[in-house]
Design a protein around this ligand. Structure first.
Ligand code: GRF
Length: 200
């Protein structure tokens, strides 16, 4: 299966996905909306195709989304993966890739969609936090949940220390979720994702 990964910055989840050497998956390209994304240099050094579609060069979201889709489609992806991609995508875009678009979010959705999830979880007095891999739909951080991991929130946690613990879990569950998709283990029923690897 062909995989295209979208990033905006560091790209540590992208690195985890590449390093996992997922059987049956070929990372066809890494695309960034920011020309200075560190992850782009790393991907290039691995010999992976990289493309920049700079959002500042487009008049509005629709034009950016269209240019991004053009760049993506050249690689004929079976699965498109958001990995720290920090632009909101329009409904037309999410519709185009419906059922083959993944995101990872650093909270236990549906709690804490959006930004600053770690501070919000600490401030709310939560005892656990975590991360969620989900199919992307038009509503931000809201699609069918593929997998989640839970980590504890400790007494002396800061947003930073918690983010680090959650990130380690992200690097574990994202490659596993992608592998399950590639192996055909996932079936979407409304908001539920049935993983036949786990239930068979
Ligand atoms: C991760 O925490 C991811 O969940 C969130 O943004 C961060 C990206 O980190 N969407 P990286 O670029 O993968 O290192």
């Amino acid at each position: 299966k062909n995989i295209v990964i979208l990033i905006s910055g560091r790209g540590s989840n992208m690195q985890a996905l590449v390093n996992a050497r997922i059987s049956g998956a070929r990372i066809a390209a890494v695309i960034s909306n920011r020309p200075d994304a560190y992850g782009l240099d790393w991907a290039k050094a691995q010999g992976i195709h990289t493309v920049t579609v700079d959002h500042t060069q487009y008049a509005n979201r629709a034009e950016f989304d269209a240019a991004l889709a053009d760049a993506i489609d050249q690689f004929r992806p079976d699965l498109l993966i958001l990995a720290g991609f920090m632009r909101i995508l329009g409904a037309e875009f999410t519709q185009r890739y419906a059922g083959r678009l993944f995101n990872i979010h650093p909270s236990l959705l549906p709690a804490f969609p959006g930004l600053h999830t770690h501070q919000r979880a600490i401030d709310a007095g939560c005892k656990v936090a975590g991360c969620t891999v989900h199919f992307v739909t038009a509503e931000l951080d809201h699609g069918p949940i593929v997998s989640q991991a839970v980590v504890p929130i400790l007494n002396d946690d800061t947003a930073q220390s918690l983010a680090q613990r959650v990130l380690a879990a992200e690097h574990r569950i994202y490659p596993e979720a992608v592998s399950d998709f590639v192996q055909g283990h996932l079936r979407v029923e409304g908001m539920r994702v049935i993983n036949t690897r786990l239930s068979d």
